[in-house]
Design a protein around this ligand. Structure first.
Ligand code: C5P
Length: 396
């Protein structure tokens, strides 16, 4: 990757701060980053931060004598292997779609003969506006590749699609486009479970939990990025299916087990789902009515353990990995779980740390028969990438 060069156009949106992290990930992977910061982008991140992380000069003026003397804007647009626009604002998308050349960023996009990747970020209404839809269709037809946007809470207080994709996802899209991704898991089949399960009490009520699915989705995405053929068996989440992953949607634990068995054979199974331990013994066929008295207690029966049954099944994947959320005695509990479930590795996450459940960071330890390895606290995407690399090493 050392010789690969990215031209990174940072537009003006609150998501611009994520482009600093993206720059860091790219530099860590040995990719050269030359940043262009738009005038609006400079309202959100400083040229100094961008330049320090990119270890390069930041370009922002179309008519700068010094910049033109050092590197003309035409050369700037051609010196990279890939042009990345993150955040790609509605304005930048519109300019690029119409072929405007009114500032350095848009001129560069018009003058480039290289592949372009855009990570859109804008308010949900702007994203859904007919004008943006048109521009998106034009840019796609022109060959521009898109990553995201994600759905979620927005800085403006609204909810919906429009959040810029997370830096690890953009990083993976870049690596795939650069063709630099080693694909050590090519030809391997992976099964990942993620999200919560939902157990019906009656047709309108249910038992479930707060799992967001973020960690499982990130693992599915990282395994796919390394070339694996991934089936993601997912309970209900608000997340989009990661690129290149086959998602099977399920609700109950029993459905999840059936979908997992249908996805076999697999070389590796990673059980990240927060499967409900119990379900109502008899889900009522009709809506349970209020009677004005205390409700009848709901009898619960235990759900099948998907991880344990995959571990002991006749078609056991060669590598079976479970997760364990622990608040104390992480190591002892994880070791006991390893034995009880019959899996090969347990990724134990310390959920006593505030913000782990549903958040973007995770502090984990990898427990196997060989011992325990504690990883520092890192983004869930980074945990996923490292785990996928460890899985690939196991199959090397
Ligand atoms: O037993 P516990 O829920 O603590 O174990 C967590 C691990 O077991 C996770 O990997 C989870 O995905 C898996 N699990 C499962 N089926 C269940 C319960 C947990 O696959 N019914």
């Amino acid at each position: 990757m050392a010789e690969k060069r990215i031209l990174l156009i940072v537009g003006g949106g609150i998501a611009a701060y994520k482009s600093l992290e993206l720059t860091r990930l790219l530099r860590k992977a040995g990719v050269a980053v030359r940043p262009i910061l738009t005038k609006a982008g400079a309202e959100f991140v400083t040229p100094l931060s961008l330049s320090a992380l990119a270890e390069d000069k930041v370009y922002s003026q179309l008519f700068s004598l010094t910049d033109e003397a050092e590197m003309g804007h035409i050369e700037l647009s051609r010196s990279a292997d890939l042009v990345v626009v993150a955040p790609a604002t509605a304005d930048l998308m519109a300019k690029a779609a119409q072929g405007l050349a009114s500032d350095l960023a848009s001129t560069t996009l018009l003058a480039t003969d290289k592949a372009v990747l855009m990570a859109p970020a804008m308010n949900v209404r702007m994203w859904e506006h007919a004008a943006t839809r048109r521009n998106l269709a034009i840019l796609r037809a022109d060959g521009v590749t898109f990553v995201g946007p994600d759905e979620g809470a927005m800085a403006c207080g609204e909810y919906g699609p429009g959040r810029m994709a997370e830096p690890p996802a953009i990083f993976e899209a870049i690596m795939a486009m650069l063709g630099g991704t080693a694909r050590p898991l090519a030809g391997k089949r992976a099964l990942v479970t993620a999200g919560p399960t939902v157990e019906a009490i009656d047709p309108v009520r249910m038992l479930t939990n707060r799992s967001s699915g973020k960690q499982g989705y990130a693992i599915a995405s990282s395994l796919a990025a390394l070339g694996a053929e991934v089936t993601l068996v997912s309970g209900p989440t608000a997340l989009p299916a990661p690129a290149g992953v086959k998602r099977v949607d399920v609700e109950s634990a029993r459905d999840m087990l059936a979908a997992c068995e249908a996805a076999l054979p697999a070389d590796v199974a990673v059980c990240v789902a927060a499967v409900a331990d119990w379900r109502p013994a008899d889900a009522s066929a009709g809506k349970i009515k209020k009677t004005g008295k205390a409700a009848e207690p709901i009898a619960l029966v235990e759900n099948p353990d998907i991880l344990a049954s995959l571990s002991k099944g006749a078609r056991r994947p060669r590598l079976v990995i479970g997760f364990a959320a622990e608040t104390n005695d992480l190591e002892a509990h994880a070791k006991a779980k390893l034995a009880r479930k019959g899996c090969d590795w347990i990724v134990a996450n310390d959920v006593s740390i505030a913000g782990t459940m549903g958040g973007d960071q995770n502090a984990v330890a990898l427990v196997s028969a060989d011992g325990i390895e504690r990883w520092e606290r890192m983004a869930k995407g980074e945990v996923a990438r490292r785990l996928a690399e460890r899985i690939a090493a196991q199959f090397a």
